[in-house]
Structure formats: C-alpha cells, structure tokens
Ligand binder design. Structure first.
Ligand code: 4AD
Ligand code: MG
Length: 481
C-alpha cells in the first residue's frame, strides 16, 4: 500500500476507507492521540489509536520523534482545529526514538540550542516552515527569470579572480602546508598548485555572468558564494546563496525596475503558496517580540509587512540626498550613531541604512549614485560629476529590519575608463583580460545586481538571525555538520 502525504489527507474532500500515513510523532496524548507530521505541511494529522486493543509494548514506543506508519480510516474529526483524523487500525513503529534522549522535546527551545542541533531543528514547526518557505522562494526565483526569458548560468565556484576586489576570499589549494613549494624569493609557488595558479572560492559570479549577458542578452545566476570576512553579525554568512541577474542594454533605471519587480514577485509567490507556514511564522514572531521593549518590536505583523512591500513602490534616493538627511538627523546631531556623518563621501554603515529605511522613509529604499571611491571598480562613472565628487551608477536596496538586501550597478562599458580605474586600484589587467574582452568586442551598456538569498528569506520569514534561514550555517568559528 502506498502512503499518502499528510497535506493531501488534510486537504481531502471526502472521508476515505483505508489510508496509510507515515511520519514522525510530534506528541502522543492520553495514550490515544498521535500528532503526526511528515513535513509536507506545518499541520499535523491526528491519529487516534485504539489503545484498548493495542499492546502496551507498542504504545510505549509511540514517543516524540519516533517514525511510524499508520493504516486506518480517514474520518471527520470531532476535535477542534482539524477537519479530518485517522482512526488507526494498524500501527507500525518504523524507528524508535528514546524520549529521554531525543533533543527536540515538545516544548519551546531557544534558537541557540536549535542552532547547535541544526540536523534536528528542521523537525520543529518553525524550522520546517522556514525551510519550506526557502524552497518555495528559490523556485519563485527561477520561475520569475525563466518566464522572462533569462538564461540560467552556472558560474564557477573556484575562480582565479576577485570579483569584488574586496580580498575576502577563501583560498583553494592542493599544496601541502609543510614543505610548501616556494619560489626563489620565498613566496608560495602556485605554479606547482593544482590549477597552476592561485585560486579562491568565488565571492560573486558577476564578472563571468557579464560575459554571458554580452551574448545571451539576459542571464541570471543562483548559486553559493563565499566570503571570508570576519563579520560575526546576524546578517553575514561565510557561505551564502546569491542571485545575480545581468542584462545587456539595461541602464541603472532599468536595473532598479527589474530588482523591484523581481523582489515583489517572489514575495507575492511566497504569500500565495506558503500561507500556513507564514501564518505560523507571524505568530512565532509576535510571541518572540513580547519579551522585547515596545520600541524594538516590528511595526507591522509579518503578513501585513509583506503586503506592504508589494503595494508600495520602493523609494529611490540618491546617495547625496541620503547624506543630507543623515547629517540633519537627530541620532547624528545627538551623536547616537557610532559613526557620525560629517562629510559627503562617507561610507554608510548599517546603522545609517537602517535609520533611513526604518525611521525616515519607513519603506524599502533604493540608494543610488554612490561616491566612486567606496564602490567596486566595474561600476559606471556618472557623466558630469564634479571633480573630487565623482559618483558611480551604483544602487543598493535597503530593507526594514535587514539593511542591504541588494547591491548592483550599471557597468562601466567604456574600455578606456575601465582600464584607468583598474590601474588606479592596481587591479591586474592580465588576470582580467578575458573580462576586458567584453569591452573590447561589441561593448554595450549593461547592468545587474546581486540579491543575498538568505537576507530575502530572513525578510519573508520574519526571522532575525541569518543563521536560522539556511540549513547548515557557516560563520566564523563554526562549520559543524
Ligand atoms: O553587495 P555585494 O557584495 O555585491 C556583489 O557581490 C555584486 N557582484 C553583485 C552584482 O552586482 N552582481 O553582494 C550582493 C548581496 C548583498 O546586497 C547582500 O544581500 C548579500 O549579497 N551578501 C551577503 N549575504 C549574507 N552574508 C554575507 N556575508 C553577504 N555579503 C553580501
Ligand atoms: Mg554591497
């Protein structure tokens, strides 16, 4: 007999003579009621055991965490909260779970404790919901771009280039640590390494993505990226997933339109397809925030916040306007910011970004036209900027509670300007010769951005720590599992 998913049983339109359900016991009450969950939905199905005709030995083995298979009749439930339940005729214990040792007890666990048990936390309501929402969101990402005719590109994970020029890369090497081959001047001799050169885990697929955009028109990547930045924050991972669309002939305005439309689409898709999970997560957040002071609580419940993002345009603000707002802001004047904004040209810290989004504009914000010297080399220099106040066609999208969720730009398509910039930043032209070919042969305006997938999942699920929205987080000092 084939078993039926709990979700389908709960959605059944009729009672059924004989059904088989398999899953894990969440709770067992009164020696009679099993709350069974199989991961297909946040909802459990109640299985009513005929305890008088079930051996004591078997009843004892129905413990939280045990895997069981039940065969019985799907009948209308008399209990509150569920339409159907299973009157069990046959019960088989597939895998025992020692109730005293199983870490996921049917009670509230701290998120820290659950992180240490990341292989089991997915058996809780909250993490089941988060991981289903994550899966639906990644499907929505592909659906959005595929329906628009974008080509999905798998850019390399091991690269020889530092796309962001930030130098926060994990080295990839097959060289031994003792007896490392050295050149005459004592440096590591990468010529003897696996690839015959120095290589790293990618920080971004953008540069390779650009070469594909300059042939296929519209492309996107969706893959893992790695950053060895020692940022122990609730927004940073050492291994995270990034979505990077790149479009030929798009300028910065087109890029902003695409990013806004894309984000709204995937959020809507999650709202339409993860109703039960999001409702549960909304309740979880409300509960969590009860212990916080009023000022630290979310202004809107989760679903209202998601709908707000769908229904309102993102506010587009230039860096220069943002600096003026920040300079005049109360926390700046009262020296409440850790970094006081005095001058045009200052890099924005997350405290400033969050002030703009959460306190000033109270909606998602797209900041654009940043000072050239705080942004990456490939961003297009604006025409007619004042000398000493050069800006580039960069954009960052800032979200409430998250800060930066997207970073992108129109690209510098002019060969001469790009080369000059690389020289100034001492970026190896030889190493990026292949990238420069896009500007040598048939160069054209193009633009793209990167969206940090986990930051999107954070926003949609209402979670507050990025370690809780990826199955097995990698952060400084932690690579368990
Ligand atoms: O702003 P970033 O560094 O931009 C790029 O990598 C560009 N090459 C993207 C492009 O134009 N194609 O990173 C893009 C996004 C950030 O806005 C943030 O959402 C996310 O990636 N991100 C991280 N997410 C989690 N952990 C980290 N350590 C992250 N670093 C960046
Ligand atoms: Mg950025």
């Amino acid at each position: 007999m084939k078993h039926t998913k709990v979700k389908d049983l709960l959605n059944s339109t009729t009672t059924l003579q004989e059904v088989n359900a398999k899953g894990w016991v969440r709770t067992f009450r009164n020696n009679q009621f099993i709350a069974l969950n199989d991961g297909s939905t946040i909802n459990n199905i109640q299985c009513v055991v005929d305890f008088e005709n079930t051996p004591e030995e078997t009843l004892k083995r129905i413990t939280t965490g045990a895997a069981v298979s039940v065969i019985g009749t799907l009948v209308e439930s008399k209990g509150a909260g569920q339409k159907y339940e299973i009157q069990v005729q046959k019960l088989e214990i597939l895998g025992d779970s020692d109730a005293e040792k199983f870490p996921m007890q049917p009670k509230k666990h701290s998120l820290e404790f659950l992180r240490e048990n990341a292989h089991l936390r997915v058996r809780t309501n909250a993490f089941g919901a988060i991981m289903r929402v994550r899966s639906v969101l990644s499907f929505a990402v592909h659906k959005y771009f595929q329906e628009k005719g974008f080509v999905y590109v798998n850019t390399p994970i091991i690269t020889g280039s530092d796309a962001e020029g930030a130098g926060e890369m994990f080295k990839v090497t097959a060289l031994p640590f003792d007896n490392t081959p050295r050149t005459e001047d004592g440096k590591v001799n990468y010529k003897e390494d696996f690839f015959g050169k120095e290589t790293n885990l990618t920080v971004s697929g953008q540069l390779e993505g650009e070469t594909f955009a300059m042939a296929l028109g519209q492309i996107y990547t969706f893959g893992p990226t790695f950053r060895a930045e020692n940022s122990n924050t609730s927004r940073h991972l050492a291994e995270f997933w990034m979505i990077e669309p790149e479009v030929a002939f798009n300028d910065l305005d087109d890029n902003m339109d695409l990013a806004e439309d894309f984000i709204q689409y995937v959020i809507k898709y999650a709202l339409d397809n993860c109703g039960d999970d999001l409702k549960f997560l909304e309740g979880r957040l409300l509960e969590e925030e009860k212990s916080k002071p009023q000022a630290d609580r979310s202004e809107m419940p989760l679903l209202e916040k998601l709908n707000f993002v769908l229904e309102n345009n993102f506010k587009r603000v230039s860096y220069t306007e943002a600096i003026d707002i920040l300079r005049e802001s109360t926390p700046n004047k009262k020296k409440k910011f850790n970094y006081i904004i005095n001058e045009w040209g200052a890099d924005l810290q997350s405290e400033h970004e969050r002030f703009l989004v959460e306190k000033h504009f109270k909606c998602p914000v797209i900041l654009y036209d940043y000072p050239a010297n705080i942004k990456a080399f490939y961003m297009r220099l604006n025409d007619n900027t004042e000398p000493g106040r050069e800006t580039v066609r960069a954009m960052d999208i800032l979200f409430p509670g998250i800060g930066e969720i997207v970073g992108g730009s129109e690209r510098e398509e002019r060969y001469d300007v790009l080369i000059e910039k690389m020289k100034a930043l001492e970026i190896d032209e030889e190493e990026l010769s292949w990238y420069l070919d896009t500007r040598r042969f048939g160069s054209a305006t193009h633009a793209g951005f990167g969206l940090g997938f986990e930051r999107l999942v954070l926003f949609v699920t209402g979670m507050t720590n990025i370690r809780d929205v990826i199955p097995f987080p990698r952060t400084p000092g932690n690579a368990e599992f």
